[in-house]
Design a protein around this ligand. Structure first.
Ligand code: WT7
Length: 649
């Protein structure tokens, strides 16, 4: 093994975990992976035992672990709000649970006692409006403390929350409420974006009008502090709290496999798909990874700069840190408003111990220059993390040097909305870090890279990233034996396999490097869009015949959304059409999905069977040599598209 020095892990710019970090790390056992392997699936009791169970589980995983259904922590009953709030009252009721900083620089802190009071009062309020176990409550709010409070209040009642990113349009909200048959909505009057107020309630009202089903109650948080008109079945958040002042709601005990929340993600089809995460397995998995990978301790002040509207925020702003009794930071604003050192100010002022962000943000920080972080004392930081997309080694090194002062380990964590929690990462107290590689699968996780035939690829050879064993945070669809996304390449023996939709390589040390998506999902700045979903909104525009959407390389965001549009015959391809396309995407999905470029072309490159060849469009956008064009019916169109793009550039 490793006879060739060039292939040794430490010869490729790898870094050992820093000594002072190791001395205090939560996980320091170098044999943890083999212990998990030996004891699988019972090894996952280490995660289950981080939780407080109202009724203890009888088995860590019921059955043989190979055939569904997969029942994690079978027989156990628990309540997520008890685990994230009540159980911390004894030891740390005066410790800050949530520290909030608003867009305008306002701050608010909720101790665990405050959080307990407000979660109970709001749960009592929701219950008085008719919310009960298994009801789906949609939460459509920006990064304000009322959002995690509402999540935990739902959890207390055994209701299922459905958080919809606040920047999504009325139409996108309506679609996500309709599919979930959600009859309750919690939203706010509006919020600030770069200093300007936006009207959130308007969007919520428009969504409600377009729904076929009745919305029984809408609760409105006042973020802007102005008078809001409340219509029929609409209630003010503060009035509801006041009406239930001092109320206590007995937590509803849930089976480990009962739903905690649902969340939408972009799959390969046009419509967003929901995944449901469980109360016991999910919570155990996020708590264990927050401890083992993010190294969180109750004493830590921790900051994940994601939005709670995405899974990262659910798992690692709300559930993971609060389950461990840490202090979690919530920031409503932008990283560069009013100045480009806003984040470093927040880290300094709050003495943040652990910081978790996305590569796209790191690339922006790099571009803005190291003088911004250098003006601040960031020495409180102990560990840094990244998630959401591949990170290039240069950005990784910059992050470690300029934010981590060279002394913090950097964990590059791979996971997805579907996986619920981290599945691959180095363990910061034991594993060497290789910039650009996420590291090995976590202990107990059977992630591997396989070829088209479903067989493991040799080191360095790209293939499909798959997970060949169930994991505690798996969504209910997979736990029940259903499928999610593509099932190709399946296992020969028909055993359990989740195909993640990512392309990856593995090296001699078992370290995974994620290259990107293999399917028609575009990852822009760590956010997923389905090309089909974007295309179907574009072809609704009057004058558009066909559209193909691809992700092209972008220095900062990793990928930019590029839409190739062919207009109807005799219809002009002009700025008016371009403006209508952009407007339609904003209406259908939201401003975050607006294409960075709209390129008009008389035709799209198609195979003889009529399939649009997106790969060739990607090659053109990325200025790369064209791949095989022999399958094309209209190869001449490529030259035409190329010249349009170069003219525009
Ligand atoms: C997709 C999942 C849950 C994380 C936030 C995004 C990509 C995620 C990494 C990483 C390279 C990564 C994958 C994955 N991705 N983490 N560390 N290195 N790529 O969740 O929206 O469900 O997207 O993000 O392509 O499939 P998501």
């Amino acid at each position: 093994m490793h006879d060739d020095p060039a292939r040794r892990p430490l010869d490729r710019g790898a870094h050992d975990p820093p000594e002072p970090f190791v001395a205090q790390a939560n996980v320091t056992d170098p044999d943890l992976r083999s212990a998990f392997e030996r004891e699988w699936p019972d090894c996952w009791a280490r995660a289950g035992d981080l939780l407080e169970w109202e009724r203890p589980y009888e088995s860590v995983l019921a059955g043989d672990g190979e055939t569904p259904p997969f029942r994690w922590f079978d027989g156990g009953r628990l309540n997520a709000s008890v685990n994230c709030v009540d159980r911390h009252l004894e030891d740390r009721k005066s410790q800050v649970a949530i520290r909030w900083e608003g867009r305008l620089g306002e701050t608010r802190s909720y101790t665990y006692l405050d959080l307990h009071r407000e979660v109970n009062e709001f749960a009592a309020g929701l219950r008085s409006l008719g919310v009960g176990p298994d009801d789906v409550v949609t939460l459509y709010m920006p990064m304000i403390p009322e959002l995690p409070v509402a999540m935990l209040a739902c959890a207390r009642l055994g209701a299922v929350h459905n958080v919809v990113f606040a920047g999504f349009s009325a139409e996108a909200l309506a679609a996500r409420m309709a599919r979930a048959d959600s009859r309750f909505l919690v939203t706010c009057d509006g919020y600030y974006r770069r200093g300007a107020a936006t009207n959130q309630k308007n969007k919520a009202d428009n969504a409600r009008i377009s729904l076929d089903h009745e919305v029984e109650a809408t609760v409105v948080v006042s973020r802007l502090g102005e008078e809001t008109h409340l219509g029929k079945d609409q209630y003010s958040y503060v009035d509801l709290l006041a009406a239930h002042e001092g109320a206590r709601v007995a937590p509803v005990a849930r089976d480990a496999g009962d739903p905690l929340f649902l969340i939408y993600t972009s799959g390969t089809t046009g419509a967003p798909t929901a995944v449901t995460h469980t109360t016991g397995g999910y919570l155990a998995h996020v708590a264990w990874t927050a401890r083992a990978v993010l190294d969180l301790e109750p004493e830590d002040t921790y900051w994940c700069s994601a939005d709670i509207g995405w899974i990262t925020g659910h798992s690692y702003i709300v559930y993971g840190p609060l389950a461990l009794g840490a202090t979690t930071m919530l920031y409503e604003g932008a990283p560069d408003h009013p100045e480009r050192d806003r984040l470093w100010r927040i880290i300094e002022r709050n003495a943040i111990d652990v910081f978790y962000t996305a590569p796209t943000a790191i690339r922006s920080f790099m571009k803005w220059g190291s003088d911004h972080p250098e003006r601040h004392d960031l020495s409180s930081l102990r560990l840094l993390g990244t998630v959401g997309e591949p990170i290039n080694p240069r950005a990784w090194e910059w992050y470690r040097a300029h934010i981590g002062g060279g002394s913090c380990p950097v964990v590059d964590t791979w996971w997805q909305t579907e996986t619920g929690a981290i599945l691959a990462s180095t363990l910061p107290g034991t594993d060497a870090m290789k910039p650009g590689s996420v590291g090995p699968p976590l202990p107990g996780i059977e992630a591997r890279v396989v070829d088209e035939a479903g067989e493991p690829t040799p080191p360095g050879e790209p293939g499909h990233l798959v997970v060949d064993r169930p994991w505690p945070g798996m969504p209910t669809t997979l736990a029940e034996g259903g499928t999610l996304g593509s099932t190709h390449p399946a296992r020969d023996d028909g055993g359990f396999r989740y195909v993640a939709g990512d392309e990856a390589t593995v090296d001699e040390d078992g370290y995974l490097t994620v290259l990107g998506r293999v399917d028609d999902v575009i990852n822009v700045a760590g956010r997923r869009f389905s090309s089909m979903e974007l295309e179907s909104s574009i072809v609704e525009v009057n004058g558009v015949a066909e559209a193909a959407v691809i992700g092209s390389a972008d220095d900062r965001t990793g990928k930019a959304v590029c839409a190739y549009v062919s207009p109807e015959r005799d219809r002009p391809a002009d700025d008016d059409l371009r403006a209508r396309i952009e407007r339609r995407v904003r209406e259908a999905i939201g401003p975050i999905a607006t294409p960075d470029a709209v390129v008009f072309t008389p035709e799209l490159p198609k195979t003889r069977s009529g399939k649009i060849m997106r790969r060739l469009l990607e090659d053109i956008a990325n200025d790369e040599p064209l791949g095989d064009t022999s399958a094309l019916r209209n190869p001449e169109i490529l030259g035409e598209i190329e010249s349009t793009i170069r003219e525009d550039a």
